[in-house]
Every structure is written in C-alpha cells, then in structure tokens.
Design a protein around this ligand. Structure first.
Ligand code: GDP
Ligand code: ZN
Length: 356
C-alpha cells in the first residue's frame, strides 16, 4: 500500500515519516535514492518529481527560486531526503503486532528548502536543513544573550530570499528595566525598528507567559523553523506553547543500526492540540547568507523597500556613494540610522565571506 507522509527525522539510512492516522513510522530509503546523479541516477521525472538518484544541482535550485538569488556554485545535497519532505511510502502492514515499517519510494517536489554548505565539505555539497518550511521564527532575547541585530538581520535576509514569512520574537521581556552591561535599563523598545520595517513582532516571556498565546496562534498551522542564538529561549518557548512536548533542542535520536545515538540533526515536532509543526534544528548560528550576492543584499534587507532602486549606480552598495537613495533616506530621517548601520555590518561580513 502506498501512502503519502511527512518526513520528521532523517538518519543515515532511514527516516521517520509521519502518516496521518498512524503516527510516526520508521522507513528505510529505497536504494536508488542514494545513487548520485553522476552515476546516471534517475533524477527528475518529467512531472518534476524526484525519484532515485536525487542530486540537487545549483541550477535546479536556481530554477525554483526564479534564478535571481541562487547560488553561483553547483550544489548537491548530502542526503536524498530532509525533514519536511513529502514522500510516498510503501507500507508493510504488520500482521503479528510487529511495528509497521515502510520504504520511501519517492520524494515529492519541494516548495522550498533551506540549505547550508557543509563547512568541512570540499565537494561543495550542501546540507538541506529543512524542506517545505512555511515560516521562519527568529528568536532573540532582551538579554542573556543580548539581541544581536546583525544575526537577526541575516535571518531576515534569508527569509526574504527564500520567500518565507518571518516572525520576530523578542523573548525574556521580563528582564525589562534591569541594567544591561553598561548599567542602562534594558528596554523592549529595541524591537521598534523591526516593527517600523513592517515585520510581525511578538514580545514574549516564558516566565510571565506574556506573548505565549500570540506565538501559539501564529505557529498553529504549517511548518515553522525556529532560529536564534543558543540560550535565547527557543526550547523554552516551544515547550511553553506546547506543554508536554519536552523539547530538547540540540539533540535528536537517530536510528543507527539497532541502537540509537544522539546527533545534531534536525527534527520536526508536532505542537500539541493543533496542526502546527516545528523544526527543531540546532547549530544554525552561521546559517544562510553564503549565496546572497552583496549587490542583492540591500534589496532583500528588511525595511529598505524599493529604496535601492532609486540609487544612481546600479551596483551601489549604499555606503555613501554619490546619488545613493538609501543613504539619502537616512539623512532625511526616513530610514532609521540603526537599520543602515546593521546593513553595513552584514555587508562587511558578506564581503569578507565572498572574498574568502
Ligand atoms: P535555547 O538554547 O534557545 O533553546 O534556550 P533555552 O530554552 O534552553 O533557554 C536558555 C535559558 O534561558 C534557560 O536557562 C531558560 O530558563 C532561560 N529562559 C528562557 N526563556 C526565558 C524568559 O522568558 N525569561 C527569562 N528570564 N529566562 C528565560
Ligand atoms: Zn545606494
């Protein structure tokens, strides 16, 4: 019997697939899903499905992203399936009460995917963090650790590039009023620029429960990826909106032979009492900007809107070039100076990455 399911965890040779009405079922991957395209694997079928020999190339990915912000490198995925993939599973019904097992026959086309270049992989293969994500939840904290605008903006740019709806969460607002490192009282007003840029912002505290219902509402459908620096309270927030889940961000159980061991890969978890899923994915600090061209950065930068289109030079980096419309908007007070400074910081990092 062939059924459609959702991949919730991926191991080296097997994965867990959620099947409506059955729950999680352990599945092995059809052998031909491993063979690389260079070995003449089946590749993409005429109808766009991927089967056998899946080996994503930069070109294939560019095509899906309209070719605009795609990578300049040919990229190939490390693994044929990722969490969030919709798959067709050949189900082996058990008669004797043994656990139901399945075989993944086919990976259905992805609506979207988030990739990261494996840092130690010289072949340029990428790690698909998750497929078919609906929204990025970017969590920052008022303190412990303090909000780093550069990091939040890198995530926002990644969301814009992938066409994903971003949500900014400022957690630990219970710390408002307490002194920061320089002795000034902490204030939640620091999310003002994000609101002014038209972004959806939730101010939350796991301690007081503030913002938890608002967050639950936004995460109650689709698949959300929760990102943010370690310690900002990602797992606390997810546990708060879904009591009983007892999430341990940073650890996932992977099938390994007959035993299990802990790895740092991603996992999808279902929120209690709703149809929302959350990707539990550790180690995302350096995620996401590798393949944004510096020239594209400003067009994707939250709050800049159409300003870059008004610059005199089409390759304007919006530092202080003559005729720069972004710079002029800052001077007129129409664009917050902090937004521009954050942009310049991200641009510097981006330039450094490209030079390397
Ligand atoms: P993660 O690494 O982003 O998953 O963060 P955790 O959920 O593990 O939380 C890190 C630390 O912050 C823990 O000690 C939590 O108790 C604490 N924490 C989480 N949320 C809040 C909050 O809203 N207010 C305060 N004051 N502390 C919090
Ligand atoms: Zn400019």
């Amino acid at each position: 019997m062939q059924v459609q399911g959702l991949v919730i965890a991926v191991g080296s040779r097997s994965c867990e697939v959620f099947l409506e009405g059955r729950g999680a079922v352990r599945c092995t991957l059809r052998g031909n899903l491993f063979k690389g395209g260079e070995a003449g694997g089946a590749g993409r079928k005429a109808d766009g499905r991927l089967s056998g020999g899946r080996r994503e190339t930069g070109r294939a990915r560019d095509a899906r992203h309209g070719g605009r912000y795609g990578g300049k490198h040919e990229i190939a995925a490390e693994r044929p399936v990722a969490v969030g993939d919709r798959v067709l599973v050949d189900l082996h019904e058990s008669v004797s009460g043994a656990p139901v097992e399945g075989v993944v026959d086919e990976v259905l086309p992805r609506r979207s995917q988030l990739v990261r270049t494996a840092p130690d992989d010289k072949s340029g293969r990428v790690h698909v963090l998750a497929a078919n994500i609906d929204r990025l939840v970017i969590v920052a904290a008022l303190a412990n650790p303090p909000l780093r605008p550069g990091l939040v903006d890198r995530f926002l740019v990644a969301a814009a590039r992938e066409g994903l709806a971003p949500l900014v969460v400022l957690n630990k607002v219970d710390l408002e009023g307490t002194p920061d490192d320089e002795g000034r009282p902490l204030t939640r007003a620091l999310v003002g620029p994000y609101r002014a840029a038209g972004l959806d912002v939730v101010e939350a505290s796991c301690l007081t429960g503030e913002g938890v219902p608002a967050l639950r509402l936004r995460l109650s459908t689709g698949v959300s990826l929760v990102l943010g620096h370690s310690g900002v309270g990602k797992s606390s927030l997810i546990n708060a909106i879904s009591p009983g889940l007892d999430l341990r961000i940073g650890a996932v159980t992977e099938y390994h032979g007959r035993g299990r061991h802990t790895t740092s890969s991603s996992r999808l978890v279902r929120l209690a009492g709703c149809d929302g899923w959350v990707v539990d994915s550790p180690g995302l600090r350096e995620f996401a900007l590798d393949d944004v061209e510096p020239a594209d950065l400003a067009r994707l930068f939250p709050g800049f809107g159409d300003l870059p289109d008004g610059c005199r030079f089409s390759d304007c980096r919006h530092r202080a070039e003559p005729g720069c419309a972004v710079h002029a908007a800052v001077e007129r007070g129409e664009l917050a100076r902090e937004r521009h400074e954050t942009y310049l910081r991200v641009l510097l990092e981006q330039d450094a990455a490209q030079a390397w």
